[in-house]
Ligand binder design. Structure first.
Ligand code: PMP
Length: 365
C-alpha cells in the first residue's frame, strides 16, 4: 500500500493519543466533568426538534450557530460579529480549512516547537511545507518565546502561515500579545493563526488575541468547545477573523460540513454557557495544585495557563508513563525527553495522579 500512497505521506505516523479504558484518563486535556443534566435535557430536546428534518441538508452557512458563537466570544469584551466567525467539526477542521485555503503545495507554514502536534500534521496533509521554529529564551524559560527570536525566525522563513499557540500545548504558557503584533509585522504576506483552544483557563492578566483583531485582516484566532466548554464529543471548533478571510474558507469546506445535529447540540450547549463553563475554576485550582505539589516532590512543572501541566525532572519519560499507567493513571508522553503532560481533572483524579507520582521510586527522578 505504501507505494500507492502520496510520496510525501509515506512513513508518517498518524495522530495517536492512546484511547485506553483506565480509571484515571488525564491524557487528552478534556474536561473530566460530565455535561450537567439540565444541559443534557436541552441537547436531547434540540436533537428531537430537528430529527424529522434530517431528510434535508443542514444550513450550509450555520447562520444561527455563528451568531451564537459570536455572542459567546463577545462576552469577553471584544465585540465579534457573526460574519467574523467560522466553525468546523473541532478546531482541527478549522485549522485544516485555513491550511487548505492559505497553504498548499509550494507554500510554507511556520510554528514553534514544541506546540500542538496537529499543526505540522495538518500542514503535511495539505502539502504545505512545515518549518519547525524553536523556543527558548536565554536566561528565561526553555519553552518561552521572545519577540526578538520569534521575529528573526519569521523573517528567515518568510512563511505564508504562522501558527502561534496560546496558551501553548503542551507547555501550558500563554503568549504575550506583543509577539502576535510583532509576527504580523515581520511576516507581511502571512496569515497569522493564534490557536487559543485553552483560552478560558488562562490566569488573570492574559489577554486574548481577539483584542487585536480590529484592523488586522491577516490575524485569525481559533477556539474550541472541546476544553473549557466540556464538549469534546460534540466536535465543534471555531475561529474569529476578518469577514473577507472567513469568506475565503467557503472555497475549501465541504458543502454542509456541519451536520444538523451538530449545529443543534452546539447551540443548545452555548445556551448554557455559564453552566458549561462552571467547572473552569475547579479545574484551574487543580492545575495550580498539580504545579505546587509536583514542585514539592522535586519535579519541574512548567507554570500553566491551560487545563494541563507539563512537568520535567524525569529520568526517562516512557518508563514513568508506563509506571503511572500501571497504577491506572494515563498521562501523555508528548515526546519531550524527561517530560510528561498531565490534564487537570477532578480533585479525585488529581489526587490519584499525585499519589501515583509520590509513590514512584527514586529510579524515576
Ligand atoms: N488546538 C490545540 C492547541 C489543542 O490542544 C487541540 C486538542 N488537543 C485542538 C486545537 C483541537 O481540538 P478540537 O479539534 O477538539 O477542537
Amino acid at each position: 500500500m505504501q507505494e500507492l500512497l502520496r510520496e510525501d505521506l509515506r512513513g508518517r505516523t498518524p495522530y495517536g493519543a492512546p484511547q485506553l479504558d483506565v480509571p484515571v484518563a488525564l491524557n487528552t486535556n478534556e474536561n473530566s466533568y460530565a455535561v450537567p443534566p439540565a444541559v443534557v435535557d436541552d441537547i436531547v430536546a434540540a436533537v428531537a426538534a430537528v430529527a424529522s428534518g434530517l431528510n434535508r441538508y443542514p444550513d450550509r452557512e450555520f447562520t444561527d450557530l455563528r451568531g451564537d458563537l459570536a455572542a459567546y466570544l463577545s462576552r469577553s469584551g471584544t465585540t465579534v460579529g457573526r460574519e467574523q466567525v467560522w466553525a468546523g467539526n473541532g478546531s482541527n477542521e478549522v485549522l485544516l480549512h485555513l491550511l487548505q485555503a492559505f497553504g498548499g503545495q509550494g507554500r510554507t507554514a511556520l510554528g514553534f516547537t514544541p506546540a500542538y502536534s496537529m499543526h505540522p500534521i495538518i500542514a503535511a496533509t495539505t502539502g504545505t511545507t512545515w518549518v519547525d521554529g524553536m523556543r527558548g529564551v536565554p536566561g528565561g524559560g526553555a519553552f518561552d518565546l521572545s519577540v526578538e527570536s520569534t521575529v528573526a525566525q519569521v523573517e528567515q522563513a518568510d512563511p505564508h502561515l504562522v501558527f502561534l499557540c496560546s496558551p501553548n500545548n503542551p507547555t501550558g504558557t500563554a503568549l504575550p500579545l506583543e509577539i502576535v503584533g510583532a509576527v504580523l509585522e515581520a511576516a507581511p504576506r502571512a496569515v497569522v493563526v493564534v490557536d487559543e483552544a485553552y483560552a478560558e483557563f488562562a490566569r488573570p492578566g492574559t489577554p486574548s488575541a481577539l483584542t487585536l483583531l480590529d484592523g488586522r485582516p491577516r490575524l485569525v484566532v481559533t477556539r474550541t468547545m472541546s476544553k473549557a466548554f466540556a464538549f469534546a464529543g460534540g466536535r465543534l471548533g471555531y475561529l474569529a477573523a476578518d469577514p473577507e478571510l472567513v469568506d475565503a474558507l467557503r472555497l475549501v469546506r465541504m458543502p454542509y460540513h456541519l451536520s444538523t445535529p451538530t449545529q443543534a447540540i452546539a447551540r443548545a450547549a452555548l445556551g448554557h454557557a455559564d453552566t458549561m463553563l462552571g467547572t473552569v475554576d475547579v479545574v484551574k485550582a487543580q492545575r495550580d495544585r498539580i504545579v505546587d505539589t509536583l514542585a514539592g516532590l522535586g519535579l519541574d512543572p512548567v507554570p500553566s495557563d491551560a487545563n494541563f501541566v507539563l512537568f520535567g525532572g524525569l529520568r526517562d519519560s516512557h518508563t514513568t508513563w508506563q509506571a503511572l499507567l500501571d497504577e491506572g493513571v494515563l498521562v501523555r508522553d508528548v515526546g519531550i525527553a524527561h517530560y510528561l503532560r498531565v490534564t487537570a481533572g477532578t480533585p479525585e483524579e488529581v489526587t490519584a495522579f499525585l499519589d501515583a507520582v509520590a509513590a514512584l521510586g527514586p529510579d524515576h527522578l
